[in-house]
Design a protein around this ligand. Sequence first.
Ligand SMILES: CC(C)(COP(=O)(O)OP(=O)(O)OC[C@H]1O[C@@H](n2cnc3c(N)ncnc32)[C@H](O)[C@@H]1OP(=O)(O)O)[C@@H](O)C(=O)NCCC(=O)NCCS
Length: 140
Amino acid sequence: MLFRKIQIIDIEAIFEIQEELKFQTWSLSQLESSIKSGLGFLIEKESVLAYAFLMPIQDEAELLSIAVKKDYQKQGIASLLWKKTLEYLENLKIQKVYLEVRASNKIAQSFYKKNGFLEIYERKNYYSNQENAIVMQFKF
Ligand SMILES: CC(C)(COP(=O)(O)OP(=O)(O)OC[C@H]1O[C@@H](n2cnc3c(N)ncnc32)[C@H](O)[C@@H]1OP(=O)(O)O)[C@@H](O)C(=O)NCCC(=O)NCCS
């Protein structure tokens, strides 16, 4: 499996994973601007299996999304992607990573906890359907 930065040519593969999982609705142009303005990483094996987008801000970063193709979930691929991403962030001297996750997304919360994130607070009615967001933090 190969870990590398996301490039513009990967947009369609990422868009397809997003469509398959139906958890996020970034358009092709939003994906393109996330690649240009932030940091994106992927895991591939012949095709793209998993990706993560982050936005670094000084010595912190926000994890905007992480996802694994349906048929490849529960095989440690997101954990591998996160481990490699951490190595990259460490070189950038990032100290903390934050994220927001839907209160109903228990699988993602379990994934984040397993990978060293702690829940720090809950934002009420954060999402457009009034769902709360759980804010989590990872400290190096
Ligand atoms: C969350 C997600 C990225 C995890 O990817 P993954 O490659 O399946 O995760 P891993 O195999 O590395 O699992 C690591 C841990 O996550 C948790 N986890 C993963 N899948 C789980 C499931 N179906 N049920 C419960 N816990 C789960 C477990 O704690 C697991 O540790 P374990 O294997 O020792 O039980 C994946 O489920 C996904 O793409 N979900 C849809 C997109 C999403 O919700 N992204 C997060 C919000 S942006």
